[in-house]
Write a protein that binds this ligand. Sequence first.
Ligand code: FAD
Length: 240
Amino acid sequence: MLLRLPTSVSEAQECMAEGAVPIGGATLVWATWQRDGFPELAMSLRDLPQATVVEPEALGSAVLLHRIDDRVPEVLRRAAGTVGTGAVRRTATVGGNLVGSSLRCLLPAALVLDARPTVLEPDRAYETDLSEVLAKRHLLLGLRWRTPLASAYRKEPAEPGGAPPLVVATAVHADDEGRRRLRVAVRDGYEVLSETVPCDEGAEAAFGLLERTDAGALPAGARDVVREQVAGILDSLAGR
Ligand SMILES: Cc1cc2nc3c(=O)[nH]c(=O)nc-3n(C[C@H](O)[C@H](O)[C@H](O)COP(=O)(O)OP(=O)(O)OC[C@H]3O[C@@H](n4cnc5c(N)ncnc54)[C@H](O)[C@@H]3O)c2cc1C
């Protein structure tokens, strides 16, 4: 297997055109490749500046999970901090987690930030939405978002050998008129849903509105956690 390390977008596009398979930390693909055979050509974006940014409103796809720190919103930092073990976080990347893994602990965080992914094709780079990236498994360059007023992340403890633990991510954003909107994303099993409701009338009113969305069909235990998280994030903003 030849591993290419493009240092510019145009070089990465050349690699794509040659059929290079994207690779992050290889934490997922390695075992499969050992079993089924290695691809002829792979490429890592770790030397591509656009894929390695860690900024208050941007994160590159080649960033290792353990490098996600307080430069980014709390929800994303905490999401990255809960993935697997320290060894996994030192090797796995944002792109591998969002596009390549089935658990995708970063996805609820990205959804509540309303993050916009930039993807690469052999002839262009463009911004799209997360659902398209996941459905089509595009080559992800990175994410951009606008800083929320507050954000939070909670992952319930995992049962050994059991279903993926419940994840609830929340963020409050202000619109151009100063009205606040609460975004909530919940991973229940392998499914992730996200909803947005106004939240200027307080936590109970916001939770009541959420109950009228698909979030109202979540199991009672999950809705209790959502209610706590909604109260927590809106309380943290009281008086601000
Ligand atoms: C012990 C263990 C525990 C784990 N626990 C968790 C957990 O709690 N939560 C969780 O969410 N995940 C968990 N994972 C999964 C972990 O997040 C993934 O292993 C990791 O995210 C894959 O990242 P990687 O960079 O190593 O991807 P790789 O193994 O390199 O690639 C995985 C797939 O993603 C594709 N890919 C890589 N980069 C890109 C890109 N930029 N654009 C498009 N496609 C790309 C590759 O082509 C490949 O198909 C765990 C994994 C292990 C081994």
